[in-house]
Design a protein around this ligand. Structure first.
Ligand code: MGD
Ligand code: MGD
Ligand code: SF4
Ligand code: MO
Length: 697
């Protein structure tokens, strides 16, 4: 059975596909579905099956290279466990449904709960794995139902960047292209382990190093990224604001700042200076554990090089003081005038393949598409007219973290979760589980039966990236096309098809025929995408107001703020709430490993990656291990006030004494984290939790 709808789901071969005559073989250009580097490769397709990955040597980002996950992305496409049919939970298990039945059930439940409880009783999570077009439609669906509660995993990742950098310089994206790092003379990396998490970036950093650049890495662990560094600053988790404030104060004291840049392009220096009155290097040393001499050396290298860049990641953003951390990074770059030129810039490294695009498309509750504020009356006017809707919310709704609170509280009654696995990825798993259990209705749309989907009333099977068309926006603001290479398994459908048909079942105005008709609307309604009408082979960068014209380097002459100046924002250091004590003497930090991805719902099903690592490791220092009589490979239990989880010890000198590291690619890790969060951006504290470790007896 086929619903009337989108020809996109059955579209003919796109023009880039070169089909060879004899063997029914074709090569389809695509973009890696894992991280936000946006590497390009071809999928070789034979008789409808994707057989091989061929990296694009002409691609400007990866130049023929791929990391292990890029190579392994082939294995998800024809995976036997892919979801193939819409499923409804019954007392005896899962019942297979037709699409018509499934969409009717979903529409009926959203309508029933929206009508009886009001649209605020609904919650939508959009997916940073989905295309721009799909994100645009998901947020439109929520908002045309009058519901402001639409968010995505950007909340857990760079929500603090979005708030912090926008306040300081009017824009929250990466300022310079990734390849421009090769032009840097000094690269300061804070809380980013790009060698494992954005491996292709390492190639550009190594080019800079070969040309003599200095690499400084601030990370509590001696990560593979830190191995590359000229200087490693092993700060205590949660002390980045102190590290950066100390460096900024030292630069001011020593007169190493760029007076001309500060005078022409910024405001607020005097407030910044007075806020740092008590931030001597000695104090920064006491808080961070990094010696004053090392801090001074790093500050001088960054301030005095002709072109310095800052790369930062989750070590800065995922804290209860994440926004202050981001603002402290911005202060450093502004003070030293290290912006707006080749080799300079701030690179908050976006994580998911399309997290940048999801935010651009309004899949964060604070923004309509194009970062338009809901509170600005013109926003609702413009989109109301475009969508023929009179009920668009003129306010921000609940963040994904607040949706869980509201579900527990009983005010949020239904959720539609597309391409996210909050049971694994949200902090405090038992609380998340309780929240989702409290709902009257939960629908999950994914490519696999995730831990979250297991809890749903309705599960909808989505096509994966290789089975659809559309655009992804990478970390460097590069908007690139993907093409359909194979058919989805069973009855799985593109998210675009599912959402459009759901909207029509609800009686909403969704006149789209395929991804390009949505992209055309995006170019009309989202100013920063206006000129991106023809994306060519390697896409185009936003902001682009006229076809073919864009600035790869932002902020060259002015900042996108009222008045064009950037602002120094005093960043207050708040000690972590999670100080180790008698019961929980160690500090747990969580993050990633190169061969798994996020919740692991895909990579734990990928044989070639499982062959590298198939179990949860608990990394700890030899001193701590010796005290606890733990040796390499022992099964251990980690306990925090939230819960406990077991894993296998990896004893390593690359982690400091007192700190324990666990990746969150296995479901158990987020049993241990709690829901403390940054009050401004609502990003959770995922990087510092007091814990105890015990050997299993
Ligand atoms: N292989 C792989 N690649 C990925 C992903 C994946 O799951 N696996 N996920 C993607 C996503 S969604 C994202 S957001 C990015 C994230 O990429 P990263 O930002 O690199 O991610 P993390 O490993 O979480 O954290 C980076 C580092 O922060 C350090 N850290 C912990 N606490 C602190 C602190 O208080 N201060 C400082 N300065 N550092 C600290 C950790 O030791 C860790 O090495 O990666 C993307 N790429
Ligand atoms: N402890 C701890 N927790 C963390 C973090 C941490 O560092 N430590 N990091 C946080 C960060 S930065 C992030 S980004 C989040 C990630 O949190 P999530 O977004 O929940 O994690 P993913 O595993 O990337 O989930 C994406 C889901 O989308 C599905 N999918 C893939 N392609 C498609 C598609 O085309 N359509 C649909 N419908 N589904 C698709 C996948 O199967 C997968 O289940 O985790 C956060 N959680
Ligand atoms: S660096 Fe990122 S985009 Fe490139 S192949 Fe690896 S996971 Fe894919
Ligand atoms: Mo992320």
């Amino acid at each position: 059975m086929r619903l009337p709808g989108l020809p996109g789901a059955t579209a003919a071969v796109p023009e880039v596909m070169s089909v060879s005559d004899e063997s029914d073989r074709s090569m389809v250009a695509t973009i890696c579905p894992y991280c936000a580097c946006g590497c390009g490769f071809y999928l070789e397709v034979e008789r409808g099956q994707a057989r091989r990955i061929i990296p694009r040597s002409d691609h400007p980002v990866n130049q023929g290279a791929l990391c292990p996950k890029g190579w392994a992305s082939l294995e998800m496409i024809h995976h036997p466990e892919r979801l193939k049919w819409p499923l409804r939970r019954t007392a005896d298990g899962w019942e297979r449904l037709s699409w018509q039945q499934a969409l009717q059930i979903l529409a009926d439940n959203l309508r029933r709960i929206g009508d009886t409880r009001g649209p605020d009783a609904l919650g939508f999570l959009s997916s940073t794995k989905c295309t721009n077009e799909e994100n645009y439609l998901i947020q439109k669906l929520a908002r045309t139902m009058g519901c402001a509660n639409v968010d995505s995993c950007a909340r857990l990742c760079h929500a603090s960047t979005v708030v912090g950098l926008r306040r300081s310089m009017g824009s929250c994206s990466v300022t310079n292209p990734l390849s421009d790092l090769a032009n840097s003379r000094c690269i300061l990396v804070i809380g980013s382990n790009f060698a494992e998490n954005h491996p292709i970036l390492a190639r550009w950093v190594l080019q800079a190093k070969e040309a003599g650049a200095t690499l400084i890495v601030a990370d509590p662990r001696r990560t593979p990224t830190a191995w590359l560094a000229d200087q490693h600053l092993p700060l205590r988790p949660g002390t980045d604001v102190a590290l950066l404030n100390g460096m900024v104060r030292h630069i001011l004291d020593q007169g190493l700042h760029d007076r001309d840049f500060v005078q022409r392009r910024t405001t607020g220096l005097e407030q910044l200076r007075s806020s740092l009155a008590d931030f001597s290097l000695a104090r920064a040393e006491r808080i961070t554990g990094v010696s004053a001499g090392e801090l001074a050396r790093a500050a001088r290298a960054y301030a005095s090089s002709p072109a310095s860049a800052v790369v930062y990641g989750m070590g800065v953003t995922q804290h209860a003081s994440g926004t202050a951390g981001v603002e402290a990074v911005a202060n450093l770059a502004l003070l030293c005038g290290q912006l707006g030129r080749p080799g300079t810039g701030i690179l908050p490294m976006r994580g998911q393949n399309n997290v940048q695009g999801a935010c651009d498309m309004g899949a964060m509750t604070e923004f309509y598409p194009g970062y338009r504020l809901p509170e600005d009356p013109r926003t609702v006017q413009v989109f109301g007219a475009a969508w023929g809707s009179t009920c668009l919310p003129a306010r921000k709704g609940l963040t994904s973290m607040e949706m869980m609170d509201a579900a527990l509280f009983g005010t949020l009654k239904a959720m539609y979760i597309v391409g996210e696995d909050p049971i694994c990825s949200h902090p405090d798993q038992s609380r998340t589980r309780q929240a989702l259990q409290s709902l009257d209705f939960l629908a999950v749309q994914d490519i696999f039966m995730t831990e979250t989907a297991e809890m749903a009333d309705l599960v909808l099977p989505a096509a994966c990236w290789a089975e659809k068309e559309g655009t992804f926006t990478s970390a460097e603001r590069r908007v690139q096309r993907i093409y359909r290479a194979t058919d989805p398994p069973g009855e799985a459908r593109e998210d675009l098809w599912i959402v459009s048909n759901l909207a029509r079942t609800l009686g909403l105005n969704f006149p789209y025929t395929d991804a390009s008709s949505v992209f055309q609307e995006i170019c009309r309604r989202v100013t920063i995408y206006k000129g991106l009408v023809d994306l060519g082979d390697f896409g185009g960068f936003w902001p682009c107001l006229e076809p073919g014209k864009w600035n790869e380097i932002l902020h060259q002459d002015c900042f996108p703020t009222e008045g064009g100046l950037a602002r120094f924002l005093p960043a207050t250091y708040c000690p972590s709430t999670q100080e180790p004590g008698a019961d929980y003497p160690l500090l747990l930090t969580t993050g990633r490993k190169v061969c798994h991805f996020n919740s692991g719902s895909i990579t734990r099903r990928t044989p070639s990656l499982l062959a590298i690592s198939d179990h949860l490791v608990v990394e700890m220092n030899p001193e701590d291990a010796a005290v606890l009589e733990i040796v390499e490979g022992d099964r251990v239990w980690v306990k925090t006030v939230q819960g406990s989880a077991s894993g296998y010890a990896h004893v390593s000198g690359s982690i400091p004494a007192g700190v324990v590291f666990m990746p969150f690619h296995f479901p158990a890790t987020n049993r241990l984290t709690g829901d403390a969060r940054d009050p401004i951006s609502h990003i959770p504290e995922l990087k510092a939790w007091a814990c105890q470790v015990k050997k299993e007896v």
